[in-house]
Design a protein around this ligand. Structure first.
Ligand code: S3P
Length: 169
């Protein structure tokens, strides 16, 4: 198993912000799978969804994990909220390192993302309903993939970072 710290969790759970804190504090580089895919594709996630569809994007996520396995480790890796849903990604995540799940309530996600236009899955008439139903489907999968679960709804970035460092650092 490689020695990366992998952050998983729903959209808006704070993976990117927590990833930046951990990266700065531990002096490890930060990789974000969405950014990695956007750079490789030269397109935004929303354009990939629109032009190629979600299934094609999910294949790109798996390719990204395979590529990251070839790289030197000791990174912080923040993965897109839907990446753990694909079963074939589970052994790849395990192989990459310690998997840390940032758990948040649907209300927190809604507050953070109600004006966001970059998440194609939330561009619907009733985003709260979509958040709740996706979380019902996904929460058990996140739990199953995770080595560590951190309750992230009501904690500061500093507290979350410290909790992850204690269990994964
Ligand atoms: C998605 C989450 C997004 C991005 C895409 C799909 C999802 O990443 O990969 O919009 O299915 O939950 P973030 O979790 O970083 O927002």
């Amino acid at each position: 198993m490689k020695d990366n710290i992998i952050l998983i969790g729903f959209m808006g759970c704070g993976k990117s912000s927590v990833g930046k804190e951990l990266s700065a504090h531990l002096g490890r580089s930060l990789i974000d799978t969405d950014q990695w895919i956007e750079k490789k594709q030269g397109r935004r996630i929303s354009d990939i969804f629109e032009e190629d569809g979600e299934a094609a994007f999910r294949c790109m996520e798996t390719d990204c994990l395979r590529e990251l396995l070839k790289e030197p480790d000791k990174k912080i890796i923040s993965v897109g909220g839907g990446l753990p849903i694909r079963e074939e990604n589970h052994p790849l995540l395990k192989e990459l390192g310690r998997v840390c799940y940032l758990k948040v309530t649907p209300q927190r996600v809604y507050e953070r993302l109600k004006d966001d236009k970059t998440r194609p899955l939330l561009q619907v008439d009733d985003p709260m309903e979509r958040i709740e139903s996706l979380l019902v489907q996904r929460s058990p999968i996140y739990e199953k993939c995770a080595d560590v679960t951190v309750e992230a709804s009501d904690k500061s970035l500093e507290e979350i970072k410290e909790e992850i460092e204690r269990s994964c650092g």
